[in-house]
Structure formats: structure tokens, C-alpha cells
Write a protein that binds this ligand. Structure first.
Ligand code: BTN
Length: 244
């Protein structure tokens, strides 16, 4: 996308602002909403996202002109782009993607992604908002899944804005691959940096918990969990935990 940066000191949530701009003002493909802090940052599944100054909070408006199932694939492109953007800053740590769309540094969460979209009457995605939160200087100490920040892990610390620019550059590459070659290439790229593929995981669903081996990423982005009895379950929503 051709980016247009819209910067704020403070917002309720960059995702909310991006949705307002897309819905009410017809903001175009590539509009990148960035705030130094958020007063009502949100994570997946309605969880709050603590947003003090010093981290990256940004939401990208895309108008990919595709169906919702295709648009959802972009969360994997976003995670891959984040890993590509952050790894060069981290000579000592390994940056990995965690299903469905988190980014880890040495097994602690350093970034999260929140996709929201609206579909028009014909069933095509009118706009998609890709929200990313990157822990640059701060991280929540009491998160349910252990977290970290770039400051905690790396010698060289970039300003939040510079980290955002790195992400935007990496995302442009992944988006182009998605657009021209489709999800299969994104899936392969994501699997290369993914944490835990082929190993045991615990998946927490809304009302139950499953254990098994993370066998593969399905062609639509679902997690394929191989159970002890050999049965394969397709997981489309849940929280993944690793043993040890
Ligand atoms: C998660 O891991 O649960 C997703 C976190 C997404 C946080 C980002 S910060 C920028 C954007 N605005 C929000 O309110 N949330 C996303």
C-alpha cells in the first residue's frame, strides 16, 4: 500500500479511530493511524490492551477488495511482517509467530494484532483495519501469557516511530506477496517462523481445553491439532500455550 500516516498524541484506540475514518470519512487504502498512547486500547476477545507512552499503537486501513475469508489471511502476513521487522533489532533473541497472530521474543509476547472489518451488501470487504501493538519500552507484567518488550531483550532500542516504520516497510512486502501470489506463500512464510509447529501444545477454547500436537496450519489459517487418538481437529479460535 501507499501509506498516509495520521499521527495522534493520544486516542481511545487506534482501531476505533481507523474504523471511524474508514466508515465515516472514506479514508483510503494505506491510511496508517498512529498514537503515542491509548486510553482504551483493546486486545483480542475483548481484552484490554494497556497502552502507556513508549510502545507502538497503530492501525492500518486496507481496502483489499476481497471476501472476508481472504481478508482474515492478512493477520498471518502481519505477524510475518512483524517478525521480519523486529528480528534485525534482536541479535540475541529469536522472534517467532504464535498462532493465530501474536509475535514472541524468546517465548514471551512482544506484539499483538487485532483485525476488524466491515463487509458491504455484496459480501465484499469494504474496509479492513489491521491493528498492531508492539511492546517497545513497556510490557504488562501480569499478562496471562508471559510478555516482554524490545527494551527488555535488545541492545539497540529504536523509538516507537522507527519501529512502526520498520513494520510498515516489512508489511508492504508481505502484502504484495499476498496480493500477487495468494495465501499459500504467506502460509509457508508464517510456518517458517512459527513457534511450536510439530510439537505439543495446549489450546484453550471458550469452554474447554485440548492437548495435542500442532500438526500444521490449514490452507485457510486454521490450526490443525493432532490428538492422542490420531484425530485431527481444526481450531479456528483459541489461545495456545506451550509446555515447560
Ligand atoms: C492482542 O494480542 O490481543 C491484540 C492486541 C492489539 C493491540 C493493538 S494496539 C493498536 C490497536 N488499537 C487497539 O485498541 N488495539 C490494537
Amino acid at each position: 500500500p501507499e501509506y498516509r500516516l495520521v499521527a495522534y498524541e493520544s486516542l481511545d484506540s487506534t482501531n476505533e479511530e481507523a474504523k471511524r475514518l474508514a466508515r465515516d470519512e472514506g479514508a483510503g487504502h494505506g491510511t496508517l493511524v498512529w498514537a503515542s498512547r491509548q486510553t482504551a486500547g483493546r486486545g483480542r476477545r475483548g481484552r484490554p490492551w494497556a497502552s502507556p507512552e513508549g510502545n507502538v499503537y497503530a492501525s492500518l486501513i486496507l481496502r483489499p477488495g476481497c471476501m472476508p475469508a481472504q481478508a482474515a489471511q492478512l493477520s498471518f502476513a502481519t505477524a510475518g511482517a512483524l517478525a521480519d521487522a523486529l528480528q534485525p533489532l534482536l541479535p540475541e533473541a529469536v522472534c517467532r509467530c504464535k498462532w493465530p497472530n501474536d509475535v514472541l521474543l524468546d517465548d514471551r509476547k512482544v506484539a499483538g494484532i487485532l483485525l476488524e472489518s466491515e463487509t458491504d451488501a455484496s459480501g465484499t470487504v469494504d474496509w479492513l483495519v489491521v491493528g498492531v501493538g508492539i511492546n517497545v519500552q513497556h510490557y504488562p507484567p501480569d499478562a496471562e501469557f508471559p510478555a516482554t518488550s524490545l527494551r527488555e531483550e535488545c541492545a539497540r532500542l529504536d523509538e516507537p516511530r522507527a519501529v512502526l516504520v520498520r513494520f510498515a516497510q516489512a508489511f508492504a512486502t508481505w502484502y504484495e506477496v499476498w496480493k500477487t501470489e495468494g495465501f499459500e506463500r504467506i502460509r509457508e512464510g508464517w510456518l517458517e517462523t512459527a513457534r511450536g509447529v510439530g510439537g505439543p501444545i495446549t489450546v484453550r477454547l471458550a469452554h474447554s481445553t485440548l492437548e495435542g500436537v500442532f500438526a500444521d496450519l490449514d490452507t485457510d489459517g486454521a490450526l490443525l491439532l493432532e490428538m492422542e487418538n490420531g484425530e485431527r481437529r481444526r481450531i479456528t479460535a483459541g489461545d495456545v500455550f506451550f509446555p515447560g
